[in-house]
Design a binder for this molecule. Structure first.
Ligand code: UT7
Length: 334
């Protein structure tokens, strides 16, 4: 990433929403050949939240409302709303439009961004570029996914992994270049298309009785193949952004990783040379919430008083596509 402007984009607010209803591991062992011990040891997940009524936009709205309630942001001041999601309310219009209307952001434009588990990361980089270019002053970035709407609950390989959640941040400009987003390394590689996807519903396979019968409207994942690439990809790119910026492990206050599997997170931390006490984790409570993982971690840890102004953070993620990357930033909220 190159930023020659006099501004950095800095996070000035956080918000989150998780539904109330909980599915614990015992729920799955009540009807599938699985158990709590397998799920916890292979993934780190103990329970996940499910949105029984409503859509992704309801959670995105909830996260943005939480951000507004805690920062005092006037919705009329929002310039751009970016919603990272793979579970939009509808293929079109964009979920960002639905959120804009619900929150009453009369002066905003916006769009959805599709990059699966790296969606929030890619949306942060996009929003930051809008800020540093000087084009826009207040950009809201939301990661929101109702994964339970695309999960096959008879597929024990995948149904145990996912949950529903949303998180939001506000990006603004700062002339204090010691704060804010300082670097990013982002990648896509289409050789991953076949191992993690949802085949039905798009222009390739418009919905028919046959696509439904073949379960093409559900998430498909070859877990082991994705796991191998994710371990490597997330660890390498996280270490690379740290080394590129001449940082030592002790300079990093927090690794904020996508929460797909505790073992992938552990490998990333090890590769970076940092202990797990400096890694934000909420996978045990929420599972893999796709675009929601990083912003919900941020909101929870910040509100627990664990993130301080001046702390160096590394966001990192790996997901379908393949998509992956890391962002290095310095926290700017007191
Ligand atoms: O977020 C987007 C990117 N996604 C990821 O990063 C996910 C990457 N993948 C993973 O996290 C892991 O591959 C999984 C957690 C999905 C699976 O863990 P694994 O250690 O790779 O297990 P596996 O797929 O190799 O399966 C091992 C065994 C198999 O049995 P056999 O063939 O050895 O007899 C599976 O059938 O575990 C079996 N298995 C289960 N057993 C109990 C698979 N799912 C379950 C289950 N309960 N829920």
């Amino acid at each position: 990433m190159i930023n020659n402007s006099k501004y950095n984009a800095v996070i000035t607010g956080v918000g989150m929403y998780v539904p109330d209803d909980v599915l614990d591991n015992d729920y799955f062992s009540s009807y599938l050949d699985t158990n709590d011990e397998w799920i916890v040891s292979r993934t780190g997940i103990k329970e996940r939240r499910i949105l029984k009524n409503g859509a992704t936009s309801d959670m995105a709205y909830g996260a943005l409302k939480d951000l507004i309630d805690t920062t005092g942001l006037d919705p009329n001041e929002i310039d751009v709303i970016i919603v990272a999601t793979v579970t939009p309310d509808m293929l079109f219009p964009a979920t960002a439009c639905i959120v804009q209307e619900k929150i009453g952001a009369a002066n905003a434009w916006g769009f959805d961004l599709s990059a699966a588990c790296s969606g929030f990361l890619f949306a942060v980089q996009t929003g930051a570029a809008f800020i540093t270019s000087g084009a826009f002053k207040k950009v809201v970035v939301i990661g929101a996914d109702k994964m339970t709407s695309i999960v096959d609950y008879s597929d024990r390989n995948n149904c145990i992994l996912f949950g529903d959640a949303a998180g939001a941040i506000l990006l603004e400009a700062t002339e204090d270049k010691t704060l804010g987003i300082k670097d990013s390394i982002l990648h896509i590689d289409g050789t991953g298309v076949d191992v993690l996807n949802m085949k039905g519903g798009g222009s390739l396979n418009p919905p028919t009785h046959e696509t439904i019968d073949k379960k093409m409207h559900y998430l498909y994942q070859e877990g082991k193949a994705v796991y191998k690439r994710a371990v490597l990809g997330m660890a390498e790119v996280s270490a690379e952004v740290v080394e590129k910026n001449n940082l030592k492990p002790e300079d990093i206050a927090w690794l904020v990783p996508h929460q797909a599997n505790l073992r992938i997170i552990d490998s990333t931390a090890k590769r970076m040379g940092i202990g797990m006490e400096k890694v934000m984790i909420n996978i045990h409570k929420y599972g893999n919430t796709t675009s929601g993982t990083i912003p919900t971690c941020l909101a929870e840890y910040y509100r627990d008083g664990k993130v301080k102004k001046g702390d160096n953070l590394v966001f990192s993620a790996f997901g379908a596509g393949y998509t992956w990357g890391a962002i290095y930033l310095t926290w700017g909220i007191d």
